[in-house]
Design a protein around this ligand. Structure first.
Ligand code: HEM
Length: 509
């Protein structure tokens, strides 16, 4: 009698707790979204991999926008988050009141999974110190220093597409570009020739693909880290990082470091800069002289491995997906493609026909083409912030407590006709200085915003520009009918990516 009564009481308490959690926003006068699933909250379709995160945030944003609210409440399981719609409020959260929203929600387990302690996940003082040390590795001077590696990879890219053009075969551009950025990041972050353009089954490409393999079980593990204490996760023997991938990266980074240190090898890449920080706590400036970073303490081997890992994680798929969408749009918009080719040729004539760092900086239309494709298809469709200090939403009674989340729905903002009229249209001229000045700054956020924005922005833009310029300069692109229309998007991945292949026909110009 006692046990069944206890069970009934327990079930009753759970139902009460879930109900109570799922009425939080309503009770606090905040608009929320129905239906609220008793288990998944609003996240059922994304959790079950039926809807991409990109489509989820487009949908959520348009519901709140239609209700004319500045923010709205959603639930992921029983956890609540505020989705911010108003760009002024977004600016306050990301920039002005940054000290209230310093963290994301990433899971870190330094002892068992050292690769999780990377810049994207780090929190509080540890994040600040690491960001401070890594920022000088991404200056325009350092990008210029690494440009030679980009040029090296350009010839591989051009050669590969040349082959398809010669044989009159269509190209799976998504795959080609993923191999291109894998090689660039592999070279720049680890100083390793990954050869994935020559060999699609190279280890780097294989593990690079595995990093982004997300399925129901992977989602379940990540969700669990939000609700279950770390000691329980450890006791259950759960790892969030794919262990095969983690072992590959750790082995590769450790052996490269050992080799470099033993043979006193210096290279012009990120790893070299991280080793300078490890051994000297300082970084060489553009004249090769060590400079104070203002942060004490050098980097450990584990810290270096984690940062290299995140450069790979955050650096290759974001840029390759940005380029894939840009080329997809260019293949459907011949007028824009011709205009872009004219700019590329005009600028290159001034630079002896060479794609140099300076030449790429002069290609403003190219920049606008990439901005516009990231407008329609932001590689990162939303960014989270965790409240680190209780915050009252200005001009309201709503209080966000420490530990609670807000989401910035980048994809939704980018498709809002108030900021981007006729939003379906691919129009790079939306990014001329005059037109940019007519919309709120925080309505366009492909690289996030505030002190926690993308540290690799310059690198990402540079490799995307170099890739698109190389292809458009040499080839005319048209969309092959094998490409599914309308596009569908990968579910399970937190990056906006086309489901299946993107087939283009290529012809030498
Ligand atoms: C087109 C390419 C890229 C896009 C669209 C992109 C986008 C983003 C976005 C939206 C964020 C979150 C910002 C926020 O929360 O406000 C981010 C963070 C980050 N990105 Fe990128 N990214 C790109 C390329 C890169 C590259 C090439 C690297 C490194 C080599 C990189 C490294 C990072 C890191 C380490 C963070 C975390 C920064 C921090 O928390 O301090 N990204 N990126």
């Amino acid at each position: 009698m006692f046990v069944p009564a206890l069970l009934i009481l327990l079930v009753g308490l759970i139902i009460y707790y879930v109900r109570r959690s799922h009425t939080y926003w309503r009770r606090h006068g905040v608009t929320e979204i129905y239906p609220i699933h008793p288990i998944f909250g609003n996240a059922r379709e994304t959790f079950l991999c039926n809807e991409s995160i990109y489509e989820f945030f487009l949908r959520i944003y348009s519901i709140f926008k239609a209700k004319r609210v500045r923010y709205g409440g959603i639930y992921t399981f029983t956890a609540r988050a505020l989705v911010i719609i108003d760009p002024e409020l977004i600016k306050d959260i990301m920039q002005t009141s940054f000290d209230h929203f310093e963290d994301r929600a990433g899971y870190i387990n330094e002892e068992r999974e050292p690769l999780t302690a990377h810049l994207v996940n780090l929190k509080g003082a540890k994040w600040k110190s690491m960001r401070h040390r890594l920022t000088p590795t991404f200056t325009s001077g350092k990008m210029k220093m690494m440009f030679q590696t980009f040029v090296y990879c350009i010839s591989g890219l051009k050669g590969m597409i040349e082959g398809y053009a010669r044989n009159k075969e269509s190209v799976d551009i998504k795959d080609v570009l993923a191999r291109f950025t894998t090689d660039i990041i592999g070279n720049c972050a680890f100083g390793i020739e990954c050869n994935s353009m020559k060999d699609p089954s190279s280890e780097f490409r294989v593990y690079g693909k595995k990093v982004f393999d997300r399925n129901f079980w992977q989602n379940a593990k990540i969700t669990m880290t939000r609700f279950v204490p770390k000691s329980v996760i450890n006791a259950l023997g759960i790892y969030v990082t794919n262990q095969e991938v983690a072992q590959f990266f750790t082995r590769m980074i450790t052996s490269t470091i050992e080799y470099r240190e033993k043979n006193n090898i210096a290279r012009r890449d990120f790893l070299d800069m991280l080793l300078q920080l490890k051994n000297h706590g300082q970084l060489k400036n553009d004249d090769g002289v060590f400079e104070q970073t203002g942060v004490d303490g050098s980097l450990t081997l584990n810290q270096i491995a984690a940062q290299c890992f995140v450069f790979f994680l955050a650096g290759f798929e974001t840029s390759s997906t940005a380029m894939t969408f840009a080329l997809y749009e260019l293949s459907r918009n011949q007028v824009v493609q011709d205009k872009l080719r004219q700019e590329i040729n005009r600028v290159l004539r001034k630079h002896d026909g060479e794609i140099t760092y300076e030449a790429v900086q002069e290609m403003t239309y190219l920049e606008n083409v990439i901005y516009e494709s990231m407008r329609k298809f932001p590689p990162v469709p939303a960014v989270p912030r965790t409240c680190t200090k209780t915050y009252r939403v200005p001009n309201s009674n709503v209080v966000i407590e420490k530990g609670k989340m807000v989401n910035i729905p980048i994809a939704g903002l980018h498709w809002d006709p108030d900021y981007f009229p006729d939003s379906e249209k691919f129009d790079p001229d939306r990014f001329t200085e005059e037109i940019k000045a007519t919309r709120p700054h925080y309505a366009y956020l492909p690289f996030g915003g505030g002190p926690r924005n993308c540290i690799g922005l310059r690198f990402g833009m540079l490799q995307s520009k170099v890739g698109v310029a190389t292809i458009i300069r040499n080839f005319r692109l048209t969309l092959n009918s094998k490409t599914e229309h309308p596009l569908r998007y990968e579910t399970g991945s937190f990056i906006t990516s086309v489901k299946g292949d993107v087939w283009l026909d290529v012809e030498r110009v």
